[in-house]
Design a protein around this ligand. Structure first.
Ligand code: SAM
Ligand code: SF4
Length: 309
């Protein structure tokens, strides 16, 4: 379905929990009393979103694998919406344990967030001594043969940007796309401006990269000789791509958020048992999608763990 600016909205990001087992400084803190939908409730939402034109669904959070019933949620969403792509974004620490169940439930793409391959830096950035578990999760996902495995990285100036070469090398050695996401002001970091590295500056450090086809609407892709995967740059701050935005967000408590960078959210849980009304309300949310984010104003922004980054 097209929104009021003519954008085709076909991608739903579903935050299944705000909770997380990491403490990334740029992300955010969870509300401990937050409501979380059940697998059956996610399925009812997914069916209504599919009717409104959603063909790609991503389960995220918080850390989605913290939900004991994550495979049940994935199977229920797959069955209800039959999306072309059912993806999961995870910090990877529980992935080795849960990847097989996710694949069996119908998940066909996995994004793993890895900001550094240095163990000490990893512990400082996430609050967990868990790099080996995360790289183990990456290897398990590759071995299981998901259609796509990607690595997401946020580089912070003076924190982990010295590790960019090693992260790029993951795409040389494994069939994974490594995507550098610009730091967004959503986490309320006091030193945000100092830490932000614009994609153009990062790209200039890698003269061997050549433009490549196949971005997914937000990532601009590059390839290098001999690499098994590609390098992507996602630049919501320096190259605002709102005019190409195709997504909506369903939060863990049943609210729908038309734009990550704006405060508005609509509670659709009251309509869950009225499929016709739920569908109409989803259409309304699509039409309420604003032209773009207002990151530059730096206010009214929800932390990523609450809205499904
Ligand atoms: N816990 C999972 C994970 O880390 O992949 C899923 C949720 S997390 C909020 C999703 C993505 O959002 C991660 O790749 C994370 O790095 C990114 N993210 C969180 N806060 C961000 C920020 N302020 N700027 C840019 N990306 C951010
Ligand atoms: Fe947790 Fe992901 Fe946020 Fe890190 S980025 S604190 S892993 S939700």
């Amino acid at each position: 379905m097209k929104d009021s600016y003519g954008r085709e909205i076909n991608y739903l990001r579903v935050s299944v929990t705000q909770r997380c087992n990491f403490r990334c400084a740029y992300c955010g803190a969870a509300d401990p009393d937050a409501r979380e939908l059940s697998p059956g409730q996610f399925a009812l939402f997914a069916a209504a979103f599919a009717r409104a034109g959603i063909t790609k669904i991503r389960l995220t959070g918080g850390e989605p694998l913290m939900r004991e019933d994550i495979a049940e949620i994935a199977a229920a969403v797959r069955e209800a919406a039959r999306p072309e792509t059912l993806a999961v974004t995870t910090n990877g620490v529980l992935l080795a344990q849960k990847a097989a169940a996710l694949k069996k439930a119908g998940v066909n793409a996995v994004n793993i967030s890895i900001d550094t391959l240095d163990g000490d830096c990893f512990r400082r950035m996430t609050g967990r001594d868990a790099l080996a578990a995360v790289t183990g999760g990456l290897e398990t996902a590759l071995a299981l043969g998901f259609d796509r495995v990607k690595v997401n990285t946020v580089l912070l100036r003076g924190v982990n940007d010295g590790d960019a070469d090693r992260l790029v090398a993951l795409a040389r050695d494994y069939p994974v796309d490594v995507r550098f996401i610009e730091l967004m002001p959503t986490g309320g970091m006091a030193d945000y401006r100092e830490r932000l590295i614009p994609s153009g500056e990062l790209l200039a450090r890698f003269p061997g990269l050549a433009p490549a086809p196949g971005g997914d609407g937000v990532a601009v892709c590059y390839a290098a000789e001999g690499f098994l995967g590609r390098i992507g740059f996602i630049s919501p701050v320096s190259q605002k791509f709102c005019h190409r935005c195709n997504r909506l967000r369903l939060l863990a408590d049943g609210r729908v958020k038309p734009c990550l960078g704006q405060p508005d959210a609509y509670d659709l849980l009251p309509y869950l048992n009225d499929p016709e009304r739920l569908y109409e309300e989803i259409c309304h949310c699509i039409q309420k999608k604003p032209a773009g984010h207002h990151f530059e104003q730096d206010r009214g922004l929800d932390p990523m763990n609450r809205i499904g980054g």
